[in-house]
Design a protein around this ligand. Sequence first.
Ligand code: FES
Ligand code: FES
Length: 157
Amino acid sequence: MTRISVSVDGTEAVDEVEPRTLLVQYLREQRGRTGTPVGCDTSNCGACTVLVDGRAVKSCALLAVQADGAEVTTIQGLANGELHPLQKAFHEHHALQCGYCTPGMIMAAVDLLDEVADPSEQQVREGLEGNLCRCTGYQNIVTAVRDAAAELRGATS
Ligand code: FES
Ligand code: FES
């Protein structure tokens, strides 16, 4: 076992993990972050995306020990008293059906909007191309991300 020290959704944690434990397993099983699902376990679908030090990462593609010392944010740490603008926009634009891809979509979109404040439709599609959705056809997701981008720009201008 290896001892790691990680901030998960703003809470500092020191835990023992096996060297082979994936970050997503650690988050779900030891930190109760079951809002982060495992979709494929082969780093294809993006459902497990979280932020590690502010950047979107597929948490099934990282070992927990690689997150030692990092700040990890999951979908469960995104709302700050009220829903994050992306969470609101996904709700308002019906950008989900089964919802399995949604946590990963939203976390990838947080990173995208951090990099590109006013993304075109094409930029949103490119930014989310590592995230698969089997239900929606993507159009409502793209609309929601651009709507949230506008709200965030309004909030920061
Ligand atoms: S579960 Fe990680 S990419 Fe699919
Ligand atoms: S809403 Fe079902 S996979 Fe995206």
